[in-house]
Design a protein around this ligand. Structure first.
Ligand code: G1P
Ligand code: ZN
Length: 545
């Protein structure tokens, strides 16, 4: 017999969801009552939970399984009618979004800190997605936070752990539990969007060799099933494909530094034709051609421009959207397609309303995130399949597709410089000072450049009218380049300053230049205006993407 217990608790400081849910060190999450408080705050935000349906799963990192057990016992105690759990407690973020939508649950809880490292000494995270399958909007995040500030009790069942490894239905304190295959529904959705027959011909018959780096994270089982089992790619196409609680000790972050093994295979004497990697929870992607890095901003624009080649988008795109710091390459495609292009603050949650309202079909961010209205999350494997579908239809290698895109639309050189682990107070002061000065910067000289305009980006959601302010300081220079400053909202220690920079080039002979050199002048000017060296003590970024 299981009994419901009411546990008395006290608020923890700092349970405020950031860009993508609540992320903290494992040691913080595993304190008594810490996770429970936040979960109860989600339930309280939802109101009367009796009879509601919830999905739960995560990226397999350390503490994932224990958290699933706690959430199951709390959901039962709070009167939920049904809980859907991915086998072994796993769901990639896009697969969770797919499952919420397909089974019409009232929402889902994802256990992930995305590309942050995992393990007992690393990071853990939890985020709530609503009934549309997308990240909770800012208002819901605020409501959860308010609940965490006044919480004094939570409900939990006193019961044995449930068996997470066996597919099927069970019951816990009157709540139905169904363990489902975390891959099947998602793989089915992909097969309904892309031309699996043609992609399969490419992977099986031609001399086309590719590699997918799952980075020891959750996409391993998804990529194996879709690429190797269904599409017939050679066994071994998926590397680092077994999810590991600490991601093999690495950062499951698909970039040129972390996905080293993949990058090596894409270069050298016998480079592969196509390569891709995904992050901890499977929502990010990096795609590579033979010896050729494809910037995420360009990838987004290329997908939008070639969507007509993919069966799922054959009827055209309603509109597109990008986060503000993302380069304006997408805008040029939208203009030529004569469809609207929306500019939103950083974070996937801002795309949800636009998709629900039918205003956009494809959207993305510079941070290796691309997606569409097939779910309400960015989707790493979806982007990979999209690329494969374009490659097979156009009969061109990835590199040529991008080069021809530049020739047609012009090239938006783009880079992001991250200054990590800087003092939070100093970082906040620097941004604050920039904000105050922004409106007066126009006309000032900075090095060789003159500032044309500057502002502190604010956004009013065209669907529900909600306003978001302070979303990043933008500086537009007179040579057409742009610099953006904002602080990361996903870190778990100190502050990370992000400096984004882009510049548009239309001269066909200037399409193959070095990105850092092309943007050096604007980066230098931006750094001087903001006083990066004075405020952070740094003269160079830690990570360049
Ligand atoms: C980062 C990215 C942002 C992305 C988020 C979640 O947030 O910059 O585009 O939506 O991770 O994956 P940030 O750390 O910049 O707040
Ligand atoms: Zn992620």
């Amino acid at each position: 017999m299981s009994t419901t217990k009411t546990i008395h608790t006290r608020p923890f400081a700092g349970q405020k969801p950031g860009t993508s849910g609540l992320r903290k060190k494992v040691a913080e999450f595993t304190q008594a009552h810490y996770l429970e408080n936040f979960v109860q705050a989600i339930f309280n935000m939802l109101g009367d939970c009796r009879g509601k349906r919830l999905a739960v799963g995560g990226d397999g990192r350390y503490y994932n399984r224990q958290a699933v057990q706690i959430i199951a016992r709390m959901a039962a105690a709070n009167g939920f009618g049904k809980l859907l759990i991915g086998r072994d407690g796993l769901f990639s973020t896009p697969a969770m979004s797919c499952v919420i939508r397909k089974y019409a649950t009232d929402g889902g809880i994802i256990l992930s800190a995305s590309h942050n490292p995992g393990g007992p000494d690393a990071d853990f995270g939890i985020k709530f997605n609503g009934a549309n399958g997308g990240p909770a909007p800012e208002s819901a995040g605020e409501a959860i936070y308010r609940q965490t500030l006044s919480i004094d009790k939570y409900l939990i069942l006193d019961s044995e752990d449930i068996e997470l490894g066996r597919i099927g239905k069970t019951e816990l304190g009157g709540m139905e539990i169904e363990i489902i295959d975390p891959v099947a529904d998602y793989a089915g959705l992909m097969a309904s969007i892309f031309d699996f027959d043609k992609i399969s011909q490419l992977l099986v018959n031609r001399r086309f060799h590719m590699c997918f780096d799952a980075m020891h994270a959750v996409t391993g089982p998804y990529a194996r099933e879709i690429l190797e089992d269904r599409l017939g790619a050679k066994p071994g196409t998926v590397i680092n494909g077994v999810p590991d609680e600490s991601f093999g000790g690495g950062h499951p972050d698909p970039n040129l530094v972390q996905a080293r093994e993949l990058v090596d295979r894409m270069n050298g004497d016998a480079p592969l034709a196509f390569g891709a990697a995904s992050d901890g929870d499977g929502d990010r992607n990096m795609v590579l051609g033979s010896g050729f890095y494809i910037n995420p901003c360009d990838s987004l624009a290329v997908l939008a421009a070639n969507a007509g080649l993919v069966p799922g988008y054959g009827e055209g795109l309603a509109g597109v959207a990008r986060s503000m710091p993302t380069s304006r390459a997408l805008d040029r495609v939208a203009q030529s397609l004569e469809i609207p292009c929306y500019e939103t603050p950083t974070g996937w949650k801002f795309f949800g309303n636009l998709m629900d309202a039918g205003k956009i079909t494809i959207c993305g961010e510079e941070s290796f995130g691309t997606g569409s209205n097939h779910v309400r999350e960015k989707d790493g494997l979806w982007a990979v399949l999209f690329w494969l579908n374009i490659i097979v239809e156009s009969r061109k290698p990835a590199r040529s597709i991008v080069r021809e895109h530049w020739q047609r639309f012009g090239r938006d050189y783009f880079t992001r410089h991250d200054f990590e682990g800087i003092d939070s107070a100093r970082a906040a002061e620097m941004i604050e000072r920039l904000r105050e000065r922004a409106s007066g910067l126009a006309g000032e000289r900075a090095g060789e450049l003159r500032i044309q305009a500057a502002d502190d980006f604010a956004y009013t959601d065209p669907v529900d009218g909600s306003a978001s302010t302070g979303q990043g300081v933008r500086i537009f220079f007179d040579d057409g380049s742009r610099a953006v400053f904002r602080l990361s909202g996903t870190g778990t220690a100190n502050a990370t300053l992000r400096l984004y920079c882009d510049k548009y080039e239309t001269d066909p002979s200037l399409m193959e230049l070095d990105t850092q050199r092309t943007l050096a002048q604007s980066l230098q000017a931006a750094g001087e205006i903001a006083g990066i060296a004075e405020f952070t003590g740094r003269t160079a970024p830690d990570v360049i993407t």
